[in-house]
Design a protein around this ligand. Structure first.
Ligand SMILES: [Zn+2]
Ligand SMILES: [Zn+2]
Length: 265
């Protein structure tokens, strides 16, 4: 069967961060450490699958984390209209991944059963665990469920020929990565299973974590799922935009041919 195109669409960044925000233990903890925010788009012929949705201006204002571009506008160079999106793989329900669900009203959501249970269950009584979620986004997922538009997966599942999801957990209870067949081989969109290359390459945990063992085991899992470690795409690393070819617009990179340079930590 034929292979998928993958487009990484950057809609925001946040650069007033330090390495302490990215790694639980780091000697150089107060050095600056920038973060990019992406939506990923899988295209094959007329088939389009969105992986996550970003978040909107309202959420950006509420969190003091402004976006550079509305997700709908960010997707326009790929000829995607919000109404035409019929399937979204939701890697997890954190605000920066599920904060645009309402912008794509016709889409069916693919998510892990564990993520919905986590985001609507007793763990959310803890401020610390609740912080990366926004109630409105979780409610949007529940609304979609009651419209018959949520497909739950438990662990590993095929979404389409050449596209599968795999529950990693760790950072959020039902976090799933996405494995995609491309001309470069099996690529893995890690999403927040590895925010940066350094998280999985140096086995360094990210500070937002619900199960540390799952997070550490997840780094290994990413390497098993990808044809080669260079085909693992971290969820928030600005390096992605440096080592993958440019795409159809300045804020978009094309991932499916693989990176043009190696990452050396
Ligand atoms: Zn997250
Ligand atoms: Zn994230």
């Amino acid at each position: 069967m034929s292979e998928w195109e993958i487009h990484a669409v950057k809609y925001a960044d946040r650069n007033a961060r330090t390495r302490a925000d990215s790694f639980i233990i780091d000697d150089n903890h107060d050095a600056p450490h920038a973060m990019d925010y992406f939506i990923w788009v899988l295209i094959r012929g007329g088939d389009v699958l969105l992986v996550d949705t970003g978040y909107d201006t309202e959420e950006g204002t509420a969190r003091g984390r402004p976006i550079a571009m509305d997700p709908r506008q960010a997707l326009r160079p790929l000829n995607i209209t919000p109404e035409s999106v019929d399937q979204i793989i939701v890697t997890h329900l954190h605000y920066d991944h599920a904060g645009g669900l309402h912008l794509f009203p016709n889409a069916k959501l693919h998510m892990q059963t564990a993520e919905m249970a986590f985001a609507t269950g007793p763990c959310m009584c803890q401020d610390h665990l609740r912080a990366p979620f926004t109630a409105g986004h979780v409610c949007e997922a529940v609304q979609r469920l009651y419209s018959g538009k949520v497909v739950f997966h438990d662990g590993d599942a095929e979404i389409a020929d050449g596209v599968s999801v795999h529950c990693i957990g760790g950072h959020s209870r039902g976090l799933q990565c996405v494995r995609v067949r491309t001309k470069a081989g099996w690529m893995v969109l890690a999403s927040d299973a590895s925010h940066y290359y350094e998280n999985f390459m140096a086995r360094k945990a990210f500070p937002i974590v619900v199960d540390l063992q799952n997070m550490m085991d997840g780094f290994e899992r990413l390497e098993v799922l990808a044809s080669h470690p260079r085909l693992i795409v971290p969820g928030h690393d600005p390096l992605v935009r440096e080592i993958f070819p440019a795409g159809v617009a300045p804020h978009i990179n094309r991932l499916d041919a693989g990176p043009t340079a190696e990452v050396i930590l």
